[in-house]
Design a protein around this ligand. Structure first.
Ligand code: SF4
Length: 313
């Protein structure tokens, strides 16, 4: 399999017990049939693992406690299943997180999702221009369909715009909207804030950031934070432009990436203006929240795409 990844990808490894916002808390983790059957054979087929699994909405899931904690996450922040049976026993979601994949006809792209605090730290601190490297196979060998070639060419153009540091960051984000022949100023945060608050939400910290978007003039972010913001925007473009592989809607994908970039800029700008201690950690924390709340819900992302399509059609 030909697999391409951003150059920062190999720097990632899960920090497990040192992670302050473990991905083993707060999510409903679905278990596929094959993994369920594998779990049933563990521990001599005693069913001990299955006791901690239940059916939720027709899917097998780990029975989390009242705080949303996975039953296999131990007090040291480590996974008891990995300790006892190695990560080979895990279900695909646990084994893969925080990775995401985009499937082209001849190759696959892989990336690290910003909802993981260690991935966010690596992505926002990356000092190099965005480049893809082959993890398996060779980059020269990959073949594209016409549609894929068009997508890659527009995505490269967007990344080029975002990485042109001779242009102020707000103009770079505005230029993404221009590519979709849409006016960024049509987005009114007095309307966007209640819309985003109406979406499914996991964390009240995110709700507070969204409420701050209302009744405030757009704010800028101090120059020290322009590079990590740029890294977030490039990440959105890398990850979400590929949705056009499924729906053939390139303009919709550009608008989604432009919107997420604008939102990241405005949320970090307002959070920074409100705090005397805004830091790189604050940026990472906002990136993690934004990703977990929006990107990890297909429904939320689809509703945002729908809202943008109605607004700009
Ligand atoms: S969020 Fe990231 S660093 Fe934390 S436990 Fe999950 S994969 Fe590991």
């Amino acid at each position: 399999m030909k697999l391409l990844a951003p150059s920062y990808y190999p720097n990632f490894s899960c920090i497990a017990g040192a992670c302050k916002h473990s991905c083993c808390v707060g999510w409903e983790i679905e278990i596929d049939k094959e993994s369920y059957e594998r779990f049933s054979l563990l521990d001599g087929g005693s069913g001990r693992i299955l006791d901690k699994i239940h059916l939720s909405g027709g899917e097998y899931c780990f029975k989390t406690d009242e705080n949303g904690v996975c039953p296999f996450l131990n007090a040291e922040g480590l996974c008891d299943l990995i300790i006892e049976y190695t990560d080979a026993c895990l279900c695909p979601i646990c084994r893969d997180h925080p990775r995401f994949r985009s499937f082209f006809h001849d190759f696959t792209e892989i990336g690290l999702g910003l909802s993981c605090e260690e991935a966010a730290r690596i992505i926002l601190n990356d000092q190099t221009p965005f480049t893809l490297i082959p993890l398996s196979g060779s980059e020269e060998d990959v073949a594209f369909t016409e549609e894929e070639e068009e997508l890659i060419s527009i995505r490269d153009e967007m990344i080029g715009i975002l990485e042109d540091t001779s242009v102020p960051i707000d103009n770079r984000i505005r230029a993404l909207f221009d590519l979709a022949e849409s006016d960024m100023n049509a987005l009114d945060f007095n309307e966007i804030s209640p819309f985003l608050l109406s979406l499914e939400r996991l964390n009240e910290e995110w709700g507070a950031l969204l409420r701050d978007l209302k009744d405030a003039e757009p704010l800028d972010l101090p120059a020290d934070f322009h590079m990590p913001l740029q890294k977030m925007c490039v990440y959105f473009v890398y990850r979400h432009m590929t949705r056009s592989l499924d729906d053939a809607d390139l303009i919709g994908a550009i608008l989604l990436c432009a919107f997420l970039s604008y939102l990241a800029w405005q949320i970090t700008g307002r959070a920074c203006a409100k705090s005397d201690h805004f830091s790189m950690d604050s940026m990472i924390s906002i990136a993690r929240l934004m990703s977990g709340e929006l990107e990890y819900s297909d429904e939320n992302i689809d509703l945002i795409a729908e809202m943008l399509s109605e607004l700009f059609s």
